[in-house]
Design a protein around this ligand. Structure first.
Ligand SMILES: [Zn+2]
Length: 254
């Protein structure tokens, strides 16, 4: 995690001191600052802790830092690893980043590295919605995709991609505005899914036509964009018929 408590105050790992005592804001067990030169400064639980933040990857920490810094550099009020208490039956949440617009609208940004089912995405989005918070989900590009995107610029079409449930859900919700984060380049790509078609060979029993693959998609990628090239905009709900839960959308800055 990037933030821990020192005498009840939130302290960033980048400002932590080795000899001070820090507690996890979520499970309140002791955490140790890791202030090396190779990876981003962060706090780590001691072995044996049972906390959701225990096995967080360095890539995820970095992604949170990039987005958080970009938002605060624009003068927006943002909090990293923000506790959100909801009255929702789906429980309380810890947002990777919680940003508040000048008019008070709140958006939770979730940088999703691990696979998650559509059912869970909807539950978590609904928990935020119940706390009057929009949610914006950005999946991580899996390593194989990250490799294929390396060095690409502008437009990149990839066939036979095994898209995660989150990628599919976001594509459905945002139509042409779903985003993915590439941890290798630390850049963002806009993507659009289309059906991958499989040819069914013609035989005496039929065939001779194309059918939609259930396993694969063909995907168009546009980018890459730096986080500083993007801005958050509250989406027009009328344009998003598929759900009432996903309200925020990340769009290209003009
Ligand atoms: Zn903890």
């Amino acid at each position: 995690m990037l933030v821990a408590l020192n005498n009840g105050k939130r302290v960033f790992a980048s400002q932590a001191k080795r000899k001070e005592q820090y507690l996890c804001p979520h499970c309140h067990s002791q955490v140790v600052p890791h202030l090396g030169t190779k990876v981003i400064h962060h706090f780590k639980h001691k072995p044996g802790a049972t906390c959701t933040y225990k096995s967080e990857s360095i890539e995820h920490l970095k992604a949170k830092e990039i987005v958080f810094k970009a938002l605060t550099a624009r003068g927006l009020q943002a909090q990293v690893e923000a506790y959100v208490s909801t009255l929702s039956p789906f429980g309380n949440r810890i947002a990777d980043i919680l940003v508040t617009s000048p008019n008070g609208a709140k958006v939770a940004i979730e940088l999703q590295k691990t696979n998650i089912t559509e059912n869970d995405i909807i539950k978590r989005s609904k928990a935020y919605a119940d706390a009057n918070i929009n949610s914006l989900w950005i999946p991580f590009a899996p390593p194989k995709l990250s490799k294929e995107l390396a060095g690409e610029k502008g437009y990149c079409h990839i066939e036979k991609l095994s898209a995660t449930q989150l990628m599919q859900w976001l594509d459905k919700i945002h139509q042409d505005r779903a985003w993915i984060y590439d941890p290798s380049s630390q850049m963002f790509w806009k993507y659009e899914l289309s059906h991958h078609l499989l040819y069914v060979e013609s035989t005496d029993f039929g065939g001779g036509y194309f059918k939609r693959s259930k396993r694969w998609h063909d995907v168009s990628f546009y980018g890459p964009y730096k986080i500083s090239d993007l801005k958050i905009k509250k989406a027009n709900l009328k344009k998003i018929p598929a759900t009432e839960y996903q309200l925020a959308s990340l769009i290209r800055s003009e």
